[in-house]
Design a protein around this ligand. Structure first.
Ligand SMILES: [Zn+2]
Length: 371
């Protein structure tokens, strides 16, 4: 009688984990097993990429476009974003050069400048915005909405008044699931968006698109990150009120600090509620540049950094950075908490594993180009 090979030496229940380990060992080094948050250096503005083993989403497509007063040298955030995405998808061919989701937090130009380029290059599978058609970035937001209707790409606009203190999600907002490849299924949900109830804001705050920014929460197992767009104080107060019965939704390992570290974009209560390991600020170098620059707006502000220092739980090697006491007024600040800004650190990549452990933070500091 022919003897069949004896397969019983390796217990069946160990076979799947072993195969998964072998598969992971064979994967290219660029393929992450964790969640990576890329805060892309686009100068004064915002663009963040969240990377998973099986997909990616881009939050905002902004960037600075200014000239320095003395040398006239350009700052071109659109070029920087384009180069970063090109490199990202080149080194991750398994993602097929397509974004699973493109989300615009609100229609301001420093968040929407490159949206047409991003859509044409990376043909997002899903599109989300706050539904507004006003603001300095309205052309970009309208282009996103037009692309959705022209191509039938799934599109959702987020209105705060349509959901409760549980937040909201659906298959457009959360299209990524890596569980088929033995990994996690990220949970992507929105906590804020366009509001139709002015409450006690007053017309100046209600008419400001910043206060209608989408707030996005992304979870990867026990790890989490919160994106606040450019939310300002009136909306932040209402956000804290809305989620006072579900404060766990505001707690996060990583935080995109609202409104580039503006004085009106962060409160001590908010940062205490989030208590992040790492805080991330999308802001330009404080160079003397015409137009919308970190220097003309004084971003990030000293008081905001003080609040972040008080509530951020992880450390970084002590470094001297420049923060603003007011518009056009910067001074050195000694920093030893895990607070990163594109203005100090260039591109920042935060890696969290599914237990919520901060695996690494990498930076790409550029020469300070200020006069
Ligand atoms: Zn902004």
């Amino acid at each position: 009688m022919r003897k069949t090979p004896n397969r019983s030496r390796l217990p069946q229940h160990l076979l799947a984990p072993l195969l998964l380990l072998l598969l992971l060992a064979a994967l290219p080094a660029t393929l992450t097993a964790n969640m990576k948050i890329h805060l892309i250096d686009v100068g004064q503005g915002h663009a963040s990429l969240v990377e998973f083993p099986c997909g990616s989403l881009l939050i905002d497509t902004g960037g600075e476009k200014t000239r320095r007063w003395r040398s006239g040298a350009n700052e071109d955030g659109a070029k920087k974003l384009s180069a970063y995405l090109l490199d990202f998808f080149d080194t991750r061919p398994h993602l097929g050069s397509r974004l699973d989701l493109l989300l615009l937090t609100h229609p301001h130009l420093d968040h929407t400048r490159s949206v047409k380029h991003v859509i044409s290059q990376y043909r997002p599978h899903n599109l989300v915005d706050n539904g507004q058609t006003t603001g300095s970035g309205k052309a970009g937001q309208k282009a996103l909405q037009r692309y959705a209707s022209d191509t039938g790409t799934p599109y959702w606009y987020v209105k705060t008044t349509t959901f409760t203190s549980a937040g909201f999600t659906n298959r457009v907002i959360d299209p990524i699931d890596c569980s088929a490849s033995g990994s996690e299924d990220p949970k992507i949900s929105v906590l804020w968006g366009q509001t139709t109830d002015p409450g006690d804001w007053g017309s100046n705050h209600f008419d400001d698109e910043n206060n209608h920014s989408i707030v996005l929460r992304v979870e990867w197992g026990n790890a989490s990150v919160l994106f606040l767009g450019d939310l300002e104080e009136p909306a932040i107060e209402d956000l804290l009120e809305k989620y006072k019965t579900s404060p766990e939704l505001l707690k996060a390992d990583a935080l995109q600090v609202s409104h580039h570290g503006s004085a009106n974009g962060t409160t001590a209560d908010l940062v205490a509620a989030v208590a992040p390991h790492v805080a991330l600020i999308g802001a330009g170098q404080p160079c003397k540049r015409k137009g919308y620059s970190a220097w003309t707006h004084g971003h990030p502000r000293t008081g905001v950094i003080d609040d972040l220092v008080a509530s951020t739980t992880s450390a970084r090697a002590t470094t001297s950075v420049r923060v603003a006491d007011g518009v056009r007024t910067f001074r050195p600040y000694s920093l030893d908490k895990a607070i990163y800004s594109t203005g100090w650190d260039g591109h920042v990549v935060v890696e969290l594993d599914s237990s919520g452990t901060l695996v690494s933070v990498s930076t790409d500091p550029q020469p300070q180009l200020c006069d």
